[in-house]
Write a protein that binds this ligand. Sequence first.
Ligand code: ARG
Length: 575
Amino acid sequence: MNLHKFITNQIKSALEKIPALADADMSNVVVEVPRDRTHGDFATNAAMVLAKALKQNPCKIAEEILPHICALPFARCASIAGPGFININLKDSFILENVFPDSEHRAKRVSGAPPQVIDLDYGSYNVAKSLHIGHLRGGIIGDSFYRIAKFLGHRPVSYNHMGDWGKPMALVIAWIMKKFPNDWDKPDFKIDESEFNDYYPAASAHAQENSEFLEQVLLIKKEFQDGRADYAALYEKMLSISMRQMADIVERLGMLPFDNNLGERNAAKYLDPVEKILREQNLLTLDNGAEIIKLKRDDDKAPMPPFMWKDSRGADTYDSTDLATIYYRKITDKPDRIIYFTDYRQQLHFAQLFRAAELSGIFPADRLEFPYFGGINGADGKPYKTRDGTVAGLLDMIETVDAAARARVKESGKNLTEDTVKMIALAALKFNDLLHDTKSDYIFDADAVTQFEGRTGPYILYTAVRLNSVLKKANGAGQTKKTCCLSVDERLLSLAILDFDRAVGAAFDKRAPDVLANYTYDLCQTINTFYHNCPILRDDVPADVRAHRLGLVAAAVETLSTAIDLMGLKIPEEM
Ligand code: ARG
């Protein structure tokens, strides 16, 4: 159950029944979960909002409201604080009824909103190009969002929208032709995988200095897109290496496999029907040999360059294939919305794309979303670099964290299996990524993220392992909810467990898994305080108290494990 939503609705409907408030606008009334629960489990600004609307004194309104809130079946008491805030405390019996996993309320997950088909575009790796740090965040955030959407009963469809149609393909083809002029087009020509990832940077550097080579690249791009067979054959060889590398990354990052690995090249098959739509609506304009769609509106404050449908050589563009992709997804999945998880540098691209989709009537812009995310920096505030000073790639990040986690485990003297160390390293990397406000850059420090204490992945896993081991040691001993009252720590733990559905719902609504990551950290803190203050298996603990606490531990494990799974992390057996 989404306790927060339930309490909010109950309070609002109680207020609506008060005759004196019948006409007041309740839309600004909010119910909050206070960070410090010592004053109340929930707090509302209702009296202040209503006093303003009715031009009355907030304390007077609060006094009028109070008995109605106190009369709600779940309320133990309510009190007025400060300028008219109302704090509400829940009855222990109400908390207990809801906190246990088998209770009917907790099973009701979906918020009541109808399930949506949501196409999710993340990862979106490029063929023949090594993956960069932007791809790291996109994969981690997108994968977690996919899991959250599914958990809430939606129907997400994931797309690895591969970059496989543009200039980088032509650069690599041109480079291979230059390196192996006599062999590149032979059927038995094999690309040497160990050097494959060096081709793109080498070709791209060469094209910058050599205009003849660049000309050749642009021609190759056009001919490749027109279907030239020898280029297509070479491309297939490139693709198979890249697909293997992508699958490897997906596995190493513990992501769910993509529902679709379909990128620009697939989209190119749908350019014709899209072009027909654009022509029918007279949206295409010739501009120095290129075909564009003008997007600028009179009221635009920020620059809005035109949408590039075909470049001046008649080649397809990142813009055109992205519009055709929307068309493709529309006719196949019929999605309610499409959400793209790509880094902040593509804000303009998506603003243009969404406008072109809207203008052409292909897809409404208000159902296309780009909740961009920030970059990963080093201590100097610049994009994170490897030891040799080059900007780090995705694999560098994985390896750096792996090494730091290994060092940390060694230093702790723990004897852990290889699989466990890997799980710890991955949790360190991913949890740290998910924890940060998605929109901001963050500073990456491999030593900090692998600590076993603090806001880290290892801390989260450690808490789960600890709870699991309590349950294991209890060896099936009775868990019960038969108790009438809760101690402070038991109560706080119960409330933290009951806050889970709010956190997941908010992570979904805000397109921001960091809400879930922060919730999980707070939950772990509460669990560990409980663990510290409330003995469970000690000999002097009475059987009924033990059974009750074991019941709470089981509920906490269920909640924490679900949260961990939604972030795409795995709990080891021991730590
Ligand atoms: N392949 C692109 C990149 O590496 C990201 C693609 C994002 N998705 C899209 N539909 N444009 O930057």
